[in-house]
Design a protein around this ligand. Structure first.
Ligand code: FAD
Length: 476
């Protein structure tokens, strides 16, 4: 520990957010980085605790949500190295476990900061911001590509299906270990939900593209616009590769089977967010008037719902109503956090508070939609029903105006058809399946989750695959 009294001498200072009136005028990143000197002071606040809860991924004190990094990041070590201005060593220590700090440094809800011992008496260490600082130094200095190049090639060929954080993490590690990796992606761009899901103001798309370029630079082949199982059949893949990793995400969005669901104007959240990002990539980051005069109803009070609100605001919508079915959430409504525990990510004012500032009030209900209405196939109203224990309360229905409804109600899991095409009947917790050639990682294994979990699973799955070759050669 560089400065044993750092946490007493210095208060926490997070990267500030751009003021709301300015930031809702564009889709640019909302967070402003502190200068180098301030960053090193922040790193000096880390106490290097005997038991660093931040990197152990444990629950303690029976407190829900108090847990460390699921990826076992060696946090106190790299905090100390940042303080000592040993940035390359900090990068090496950080990327022992986390191959994508450029992503988590921007979008991780940072369970490590909640678990930080400092957080018991006040705000914890700015771990996420420190992480971003380290990876930005690394990209500036060319350390990233150097770190990803293998010392030798093994001759083993591996196909990764899906280019989200799980696929990237697995591909990066497998390539580092010397295997020849090809990533297949059905979308036109790589990155999974990092590209088409998480909005640009949280994660600028040039940051995702920079990582994709780094993958190419270390020798990973990436093929877009190719859906495995349809554009290329599974038998071809089986014949061509020694191992196959399914990292296709938990892409089955929860839907609502109510009258009027087919009306134009009722959309799944990820489709809406994908279109918004495509528009940003094509037309630039200025706010648009795509939703001018339109009233938007968001179903879902989680992070995805919040991303929809932040995006709709930047598309000039006229008003927002948000519905959440979970009765636990609206208990304690405060100005900056309508539903106290969620959203977890960048909760300081993004989305809901922006809407409040803009419209004076954001109407929120413990409710669900029980019908959509309109004329000529176009949505104009939503029937809202208050809920009790997830069930609509009889007689509570009322109709509200709506031009666009965004369904942000979570995901039910992976698309099953690809698993069926491979004949996968059993997926084990250690990423292997009933088929010794096929492995699974990320949201397609654990269900809807977080970027940091996807990175962890990609890494662990890569190690498992590597070990499977070693077992084989030991047998020969
Ligand atoms: P995905 O990112 O879903 O990637 C799967 C990829 O596989 C996709 O690109 C898909 O096109 C491709 N694919 C699917 N089938 C095929 C096929 N047959 N052939 C080829 N390619 C295929 N987490 C955070 O930590 N912080 C956040 O701020 C955050 N914000 C989020 C915002 C939204 C709107 C959503 C929906 C999620 C958010 N998450 C966030 C969760 C996080 O994005 C996911 O947990 C993570 O991306 C999962 O990674 P993955 O690689 O398993 O899957």
């Amino acid at each position: 520990m560089g400065d044993p009294r750092g946490f007493i001498k210095h208060d926490r200072k997070s990267n500030p957010m751009r003021p709301i009136p300015a930031r809702i005028k564009d889709f640019n990143i909302m967070e402003i980085d502190l200068g180098d000197a301030d960053r090193r002071i922040q790193a000096s606040r880390c106490m290097n605790c005997g038991i660093p809860f931040c990197h152990h991924g444990v629950f303690y004190g029976g407190k829900r949500g108090v847990s460390g990094c699921p990826n076992d990041n060696l946090i106190p070590e790299w905090n100390d190295l940042v303080y000592k201005q040993r940035d390359k060593a900090a990068f090496e220590r950080l990327t022992r476990t986390n191959y994508l700090p450029d992503m988590t440094g921007r979008v991780c809800p940072a369970p490590c900061e909640v678990a930080c011992v400092n957080a018991l008496n006040g705000p914890g260490i700015t771990i996420r911001n420190n992480e971003k600082f380290i990876i930005e130094q690394a990209f500036k200095n060319g350390w990233v590509v150097d770190s990803g190049k293998p010392a030798h090639r093994t001759g083993k060929k591996i196909a990764v299906i899906g280019s989200g954080p799980a696929g990237i993490s697995a591909a990066w590690r497998l390539n580092q270990l010397g295997h020849t990796v090809t990533v297949y992606e059905r979308a036109d761009r790589f990155g999974g939900l990092l590209m088409y899901g998480i909005p640009n103001m949280k994660l600028p798309k040039e940051i995702v593209e920079r990582r994709i370029q780094a993958m190419r630079d270390v020798g990973i082949k990436l093929i877009a616009n190719t859906e495995v199982g349809r554009d290329i059949d599974v038998e071809t893949l089986r014949a061509e590769y020694d191992r196959i990793v399914i990292c296709t995400g938990a892409r089955e969005a929860r839907d609502l089977d109510v009258p009027g669901r087919q009306l134009k104007g009722v959309m799944k959240a990820v489709d809406f967010l994908t279109d918004a990002t495509k528009s940003v990539i094509k037309n630039g980051t200025e706010a648009t008037d795509a939703l001018k005069g339109k009233h938007v109803v968001v179903l879902g009070g989680g992070d995805t719902g919040n991303d929809c609100i932040g995006t709709a605001i930047r598309q000039g919508c006229a008003g927002i109503t948000q519905l959440e079915i979970n009765p636990e959430l609206p208990k304690e409504r405060t100005l900056d956090n309508q539903w106290p525990e969620w959203p977890m990510v960048l909760k300081d004012g993004y989305g809901q508070l922006e809407a409040q500032r803009l419209f004076g009030e954001i109407t929120t209900y413990t409710a669900t939609a029980t019908g959509f209405f309109g004329e000529n196939g176009q949505l104009s109203e939503v029937e809202v029903s208050r809920t009790d224990h997830y069930k609509p309360i009889a007689g509570s229905q009322k109709r509200i105006e709506a031009d666009l409804v965004l369904l942000a109600m979570g995901f039910t899991g992976a698309e099953q058809w690809l698993f069926d095409a491979f004949g996968i009947t059993k997926v084990n917790a250690n990423y292997s399946t009933n088929d010794s050639q096929v492995f699974v990682a990320g949201d397609s294994l654990r269900g809807q989750s977080l970027v940091i979990w996807a990175i962890y699973e990609g890494r662990m799955c890569a190690e498992k695959i590597n070990a499977s070759f070693e077992v084989l050669s030991a047998k020969v």
